[in-house]
Design a protein around this ligand. Sequence first.
Ligand code: FPP
Length: 256
Amino acid sequence: MRSEFQLGITMKVSVGHLAIIMDGNGRWARLRGLPRTAGHKAGLNAVQGVMRACEPHQIRHLTLFAFSSENWRRPRKEVNLLMDLFVTTIKKELAELVKKNICLKFIGDIDAFELRLKQRIRQAEYETANNDGLHLNIAVNYGGRWDITQAAKKMAQRVQDGELQVDDINTDTFAGFLCLNEIPYPDLLIRTGGESRISNFLIWQLAYSELYFTDCLWPDFNADELAKAVDWYAGRQRRFGETPEQVSLGTGKSHA
Ligand code: FPP
């Protein structure tokens, strides 16, 4: 499940999987005397910019936190706007996503959404399923604790059905029930908006990811900001529990 990386100081590191917590839309709008909803619309433009900027960095998987399990607590008007934005964006952009060879997938408790959004989501996933360009994962009504709980439930069901033995459960089998189980774990997490926390995003999958926090508000995040984050990542040494020497010399188990 590990991403591609090579070793030592001279290593070439690539961000195969980038995850982003897009924070700061509301503050961006407030700074301009605009309603929070204007911040989310501007945030959507930033999403499109970052998607375009992924290719030069060879980012294959991009996972965006668009709506958390906790975001339902926001004012009704804002939640409605976000739902409308998701529906209209999927409708408007689907043909373009197909053309650009982007594979779109949604993760989270989709069942909680209204029918028209669920239908759009399934349609978009279906129409882009065979694309092999950028894999764009959008987390909606997603929470890391929800993810772990739903995985535990599915696994328990398999045990109850006699299809899985308790003794066969380990971190790998468990991970197989989590969202994003078919792709490498994120190499890099970016959180914009100045907060330094994970906020219940991909809490299992981010265990060994590099975490990059920036004050940049999400609507201002662009190709230059992405390049800064990727440069920062390139200077990190990923050790996966090994010593710096093992990593530099390539003698550790994570390189076997
Ligand atoms: C957090 O900023 C942002 C969100 C909860 C929504 C993010 C959604 C988008 C950028 C639209 C993306 C749409 C698609 C289809 C991917 P905040 O509102 O918490 O900002 P604040 O911390 O400044 O208040």
